[in-house]
Design a protein. Structure first.
Length: 390
């Protein structure tokens, strides 16, 4: 068939949205720097974040030169690097290069910079699962219950090791992001709905049993959580439901709500922050935006994220390659969950986790991960062709 449009294209709308988010990030970090704890004195977070964006932009340019289908040839190398990195964190080896903060051992220290392998593992897992799904569909053109269960088993085998290694750090937020990615890919994998409903029912039963067990024997359940490194989950859960009662675990939430509410419609103005919140340049950056620029500023940021997800969905639907569509779907799951979770925890809609706000919160590993994801999506769109009789 003759091609309607065989010229590769770049999604400038997506690039412009990311550019605006980068500007919002730098301005937000600049605005909170004077209010950070004294331990951060002398650190120019705006400059560091700008450097991460420059490095990430260079990675996008490099990714654009590589056909995204080539990722299938190195998928297990990437996955192996991710697993080995997480294993090194778990084994605390080499100890001088492992960094621990807030009770979580999740980072390498390299040249004075912290690198979080769990962030890059998100991308590696998306590529691995997408490869598994495409290979399975190529082998089993006629789907049966047996083939669907076999696909589900393979996806579980690939997903559980990184999820387990991230869970024991402990990093509940990272675990939930991987869960969201896997869930999104399972939904479009073509697995029969009766199988998915059955799994959902089993999961619901397990959760129900846990709740009953907790209500009947709270002390034993609490000890079990602490033994597995999730003792903080209970305190955060109660701090979310009753922040005024559980002051220690609900402190951040109360301060965030005060900050967001005090911004009202138009905010207090740049660098006019009256409500103190620790670590505001990372997880709680949305509260700083809402306090300074009010409902209008917060709505602008939410609109940017809405447009970002819209463009990702458009590119995923437009792609006429299974591997490309699966990759974009994984990215959508990653971004959507983190955006919803971060903003939701700032307004008491969801419990507080240590997840940053994509593209806006300060962080080298997370910013690079998001930009690599955008680079892969742009690569997919760049090589998508429209034909006359599609």
């Amino acid at each position: 068939m003759s091609s309607k449009n065989t010229n590769p294209n770049i999604d400038y709308s997506l690039l412009f949205i990311v550019f605006l988010l980068a500007i919002v990030s730098c301005f937000s970090i600049y605005s909170v720097e004077p209010y950070l704890p004294s331990v951060y004195d002398g650190q120019n977070f705006v400059l560091k974040q700008s450097v991460w964006y420059i490095v990430g932009s260079m990675l996008i340019a490099i990714i654009m030169f590589i056909d995204y289908d080539r990722f299938r040839q190195v998928v297990w190398l990437l996955y192996g690097i991710g697993i080995i990195s997480l294993l090194m964190i778990y084994l605390n080896f080499p100890a001088p290069f492992i960094h621990e903060a807030n009770g979580a051992r999740s980072w390498f220290i390299i040249g004075g910079t912290t690198i979080q392998p769990a962030e890059f593992m998100k991308i590696f897992l998306i590529i691995a699962l997408s490869h598994i799904m495409v290979s399975h569909n190529e082998k089993f053109s006629n789907r049966t219950n047996k083939s669907d269960i076999w696909l589900l088993f393979k996806m579980a085998v690939i997903s559980l090791p990184p999820m387990g290694l991230i869970a024991v750090q402990p990093d509940l937020g990272g675990l939930l992001v991987l869960t969201a990615i896997v869930a999104c890919l399972i939904l479009i994998s073509g697995i029969r709905w009766r199988i998915l409903f059955s799994i959902t029912g089993i999961f619901g039963v397990v959760v129900g049993i846990f709740i009953v067990f907790y209500m009947a024997m709270p002390d034993a359940t609490r000890k079990l959580l602490y033994d597995f490194g999730f003792g903080h989950v209970e305190s955060r859960f109660y701090g979310w439901l009753y922040p005024e009662v559980y002051g220690d675990s609900g402190y951040q939430l109360i301060r965030a709500m005060l900050a967001i509410g005090s911004g009202q419609l138009s905010g207090k103005g740049l660098r006019d922050l009256e409500v103190y919140i620790p670590e505001r340049h990372t997880d709680m950056i949305f509260s700083a935006i809402a306090e300074q620029f009010g409902f209008i500023g917060a709505s602008f940021v939410v609109t940017l994220f809405f447009l970002l997800i819209y463009r990702l969905i458009h590119i995923g639907l437009q792609s006429n390659d299974q591997f490309g569509s699966f990759l974009v779907t994984g990215m959508i799951g990653m971004f959507t969950f983190q955006i919803f979770q971060n903003i939701g925890m700032s307004i008491q809609l969801l419990p507080i986790t240590g997840l940053p706000l994509p593209f806006i919160s300060y962080g080298g590993s997370s910013t690079l991960t998001y930009l690599i994801a955008i680079g892969i999506v742009l690569n997919i769109n760049y090589r998508t062709k429209e034909y006359m009789f599609d």
